[in-house]
Design a binder for this molecule. Structure first.
Ligand code: ARG
Length: 465
């Protein structure tokens, strides 16, 4: 059928394939709530400025409410031939209230309409995602308090480096997700200008009140330039960029869960609730949720790339290319929301094997730096010399097949004769961790203090330190 919205100019219907490539309703129907909300704000403004009469506006608003109710009840019939959410709503409004429905589209265009709807949608999503990030932070900070004393090997290059505490490791992620929340909050602030009233691209000759619609929809102010407003998708890109970085953080933690729960590491276990079995190998316990969270980074970062390339090189102002903005955003934010919830679940579910971690922390000469530091402090050796002497002691331990703390005093003195019994106090991994009280260091006292501070902040809805 000919689209009645432009039936004046068009005599024939679009080809089937034209309809298929052109229609966005299959995905943009997700904007229904925001589309109605924006239309209601628009019609109230049209009445307040005298562009339509109060009774007309009233009729239109009531019609929109009915459509909203139909949609909430799942009774609304979305039609492909009506292309998108905006035309579906307007068509139904005409069915319900007749020709007066046609007055709703005065002083606006689908271009400013879709920009407004999409902003409202993304703004709501950011609120949900921020809450998901905060919930994950809380789960991690809670675990951090419980595991403030649990010593584990800290790694660089995934090689045992120095003893750290598991709580400290958890708090590292709390910091990352805190920065993610900052990025989303930042995007939300910049997003919050209302495009409605920019019309197709040039503004309108009707005496509209853009401040009124902006305020009604919770925006800080109207956008400043109509050409920019209808063709800007920075808010979606910024949100996807923030989502990509958050997903990257999730993937790192997910990967560590995969490592920790492997029999080779044996640092932690996920319960049945977060594990899957194998259809052939009865002994297997697989961390599928962690692997899927790790993998979702691909589609989320891919969505950012996709939209960036849709926007690249587009001349001002609107072009239909921009209809391709929605699916990547829907898909990426769905994936992120799910990933955050799954990760919070896994963090709460994880039981660590403190013994296994501690044992691993004592292997691979993890306290070698502590030994070098002791030589510096007790014997006033320059650090480079202490590093060299410690290297020799490690080689000796290696030759003897012993841990550092298993070397005898004569062994140690064969390398550095001034070493005393006191050195053994620093060769223990737990003591090593305890001694790292510098600001931001891994000491259990630090971890408990930082975790408590975060929990307090999170309970107050706070973001930064
Ligand atoms: N469905 C369109 C989109 O998502 C709405 C805007 C259409 N505007 C236009 N001039 N064809 O971008």
């Amino acid at each position: 059928m000919t689209n009645t919205m432009w039936g004046g100019r068009f005599a024939a219907s679009p080809s089937e394939i034209m309809e298929e490539i052109n229609a966005s309703i299959d995905f943009d129907k997700r904007l229904w709530r925001h589309d109605i909300e924006a239309s209601k704000a628009h019609v109230a403004m049209l009445a307040a400025t005298g562009i339509v009469s109060e009774p007309e506006a009233d009729e239109i608003a009531k019609g929109l409410d009915r459509i909203l109710a139909e949609m909430e009840a799942g009774d609304f019939k979305f039609a492909r031939e009506l292309e998108d959410i905006h035309l579906n709503v307007e068509h139904r409004l005409t069915e319900l209230i007749g020709p007066v429905a046609g007055k709703l589209h005065t002083a606006r265009s689908r271009n400013d309409q879709v920009a407004t709807d999409f902003k409202l949608y993304v703004r709501d999503e950011i609120v949900t995602i921020e809450a998901g990030l905060a919930a994950l932070q809380l789960a991690l900070a809670t675990t951090a308090i419980e595991t403030a004393d649990a010593v584990m090997p800290g790694f660089t290059h995934l090689q045992t480096a120095q003893p750290v505490t598991f709580g400290h490791h958890c708090l590292a992620y709390v910091e990352m997700f805190g920065r993610d929340r900052g990025r989303f909050a930042d995007a939300a602030t910049r997003l919050n200008e209302c495009p409605l009233g920019s019309a197709a691209l040039a503004g309108t000759s009707f005496p509209i009140d853009r401040k009124m619609t902006a305020q009604a929809l919770g925006f800080t102010r109207p956008t400043a330039n109509s050409l920019d407003a209808v063709s800007d998708r920075d808010f979606a890109l910024e949100t996807l960029a923030a989502a990509s970085i958050a997903a990257m953080h999730l993937s790192r933690l997910a990967d560590e869960i995969v490592l920790w729960t492997s029999p080779q590491f044996g640092f932690a276990k996920l319960s049945d609730a977060f594990s899957t079995g194998s259809s052939i190998m009865p002994q297997k316990r697989n961390p599928d949720a962690a692997e899927l969270v790790r993998a979702k980074t691909g589609r989320i970062a891919g969505a950012f790339q996709a939209l960036l390339l849709v926007m690249k090189g587009l001349p001002l102002a609107y072009a239909k290319d921009m209809q391709e903005d929605k699916e990547p955003v829907f898909d990426a934010l769905d994936a992120l929301r799910l990933g955050l919830a799954a990760m919070a679940g896994m963090v709460g579910d994880l039981t660590i094997d403190a013994k296994a971690m501690k044992k691993a922390a004592g292997r691979e000469y993890a306290t070698a730096t502590d030994l070098a530091d002791w030589l510096v402090q007790a014997l006033d050796m320059p650090f480079r010399e202490a590093h060299h002497a410690t290297g020799k002691i490690v080689a000796l331990a290696e030759a003897k097949g012993a841990d550092l703390k298993k070397l005898t005093l004569p062994d140690l003195r064969s390398v550095e004769p001034r070493i005393t019994e006191d050195v053994y106090t620093v060769l223990d991994p737990a003591r090593s961790a305890k001694s790292r009280k510098s600001q931001g260091g891994t000491a259990p006292t630090n971890v408990r203090r930082e975790a408590r501070a975060w929990i307090k902040r999170l309970e107050k809805g706070g973001l930064s330190r």
